[in-house]
Design a protein around this ligand. Structure first.
Ligand code: C2O
Ligand code: CU
Ligand code: CU
Length: 437
């Protein structure tokens, strides 16, 4: 994908692009084609992104994984009407990480993102540059999505009630907007920076040769040290920063990034499938050395938490206080309502939030705006923490039967949302406001 640095124009519009090779079709995008450019920003420098909405309905942009002021966060009430513009301007003060951007208008996020509005945004710092991780041609930003395509290869979006419940799955897996994606590589270590940009699909990322690989980062940046893994479960909204070593793969051989089955996968088809084909086409010597230490993740102490909030998540069986109708996706028995303040947090406080899906039967990737958190524990279901959860997170998967506790410090004042990142659940109302002041 095209790369821009610090400043630029993003225009949400209908464009012609080919998801299936050779089949031009109508999709949405922020520049010439589907999706948007990969944006590289330097921590501490001025970022200015001019957004123009050329759709025929309201939209906006949320910077998922950037700690920006509330008025720049793309809250669902901060809309840009059809034909309007808004300049998102901010200066970041955070660790190097990989974030992504997408629309956030309530009840329209799922559609706009699915039809093509999303992109990758990468935060760079001197500290990360000093690690000499693979860069340039050896660093691959990958947006993984699934689409339902019509006969002309155009994405279609009309979820049924079942889709809203089980998750809206497409049968065509695309990477950076292309189905059947192929990437040629040399016999070197590559950095794969992956966002699950799907509406509802969870991937269990692995390599077709079953080789182990390194997980070096997740949502909020680098892990303290590299974790050797053979699979990484990635739910919608989550990111994985991987190092894959192709140096032992014979030239002329293909290796696939694939999704393995996993416990609970039955709801989304339960099959393993390929995502991206790597063709090793060139022998090269590799100077890369894995650094012994990567990011800074000092544990937030539970003793410093001033409050614990408990949220039942899932389908509301009864309307509570007349708010949700029976059968809607809720948090704490409530569905999203405009700027109603659901939770008030004191600026600077550290809190423990618990998401309780012990009675539910759907997976819920829970996402908080404005902060990164650490995952304290997971009780029930998988009963364990994962390698991705050794770093800073902004989205955590809560599978059926599970209760997951997270800890976060709230340092940005203003009104923000937290929600399920299954976009059909979010659009169904599984999103609440919290106000920090
Ligand atoms: Cu990526 Cu509020 O979302
Ligand atoms: Cu977000
Ligand atoms: Cu959900």
């Amino acid at each position: 994908p095209e790369t821009i640095t610090n400043t630029g124009q993003l225009t949400a519009k209908s464009v012609i692009d080919a998801i299936l090779p050779g089949k031009n079709a109508r999709v949405l995008g922020y520049r010439g084609g589907m999706l948007g450019p990969t944006i590289r920003v330097q921590n501490g420098s001025d970022v200015s992104l001019r957004f123009t909405n050329n759709l025929d309905e309201e939209s906006n942009i949320h910077w998922h994984g950037l700690l920006v002021p509330a008025e720049m966060d793309g809250h669902p009430t901060q809309l840009v009407q059809a034909g309007g513009s808004f300049t998102y301007a901010f200066r970041l003060n955070q660790a190097a990480n990989m974030a992504w951007y997408h629309p956030h208008p309530h009840e329209k996020t799922g559609k706009q993102a699915n039809l093509g509005l999303a992109g990758m945004i990468i935060v760079e710092t001197p500290a990360e540059r000093a690690l000499n991780l693979p860069s340039g041609a050896y660093e691959l930003p990958l947006v993984i999505q699934d689409k339902r395509l019509d006969g002309n290869g155009a994405p279609t979006y009309s979820p049924s009630m079942d889709d809203v419940m089980m998750g809206y799955m497409g049968e065509t897996i695309i990477v950076n907007g292309v189905a059947g994606a192929v990437q040629t590589v040399s016999t070197r270590v590559y950095r794969l920076r992956i966002v699950n940009g799907s509406n509802g699909r969870i991937y269990n990322l692995a390599l077709s040769n079953n080789a182990p690989f390194w997980l070096i980062g997740s949502d909020g940046g680098l892990l303290p040290t590299a974790e050797q893994v053979t699979a990484v479960l990635l739910s919608p909204g989550e990111r994985a920063d991987l190092l894959v070593d192709f140096s032992k793969v014979p030239v002329g051989t293909d290796v696939f990034l694939k999704s393995n089955t996993f416990a609970g996968a039955s709801s989304q088809g339960g099959q393993a499938f390929n995502i991206l084909k790597f063709t090793v086409n060139k022998a090269e010597t590799d100077p890369f050395q894995l650094p012994a230490a990567l990011g800074m993740v000092s544990p937030l102490s539970t003793a410093s938490a001033t409050k614990t909030r408990l949220f039942d998540i899932g389908i509301a069986m009864e309307g509570m206080n007349g708010m949700p109708m029976r059968g809607m996706h809720t948090i704490g028995g409530k569905t999203y309502l405009g700027s109603r303040i659901d939770e008030s947090v004191k600026l600077g406080d550290t809190e423990i939030w618990e998401f309780d899906n012990s009675k539910g039967d759907e997976p819920h990737p829970m996402h908080l705006h404005s902060t990164f958190f650490q995952v304290l524990n997971r009780v029930g279901g998988r009963n364990t923490l994962y390698a991705t959860e050794k770093g800073w997170k902004d989205t955590v998967l809560v599978m059926p039967g599970e209760r997951v506790r997270i800890i976060a410090q709230f340092t940005k004042p203003g009104l923000f949302v937290f929600h399920c990142h299954n976009l059909e659940h979010e659009d169904d109302g599984m999103m609440l406001n919290f106000r920090v002041n």
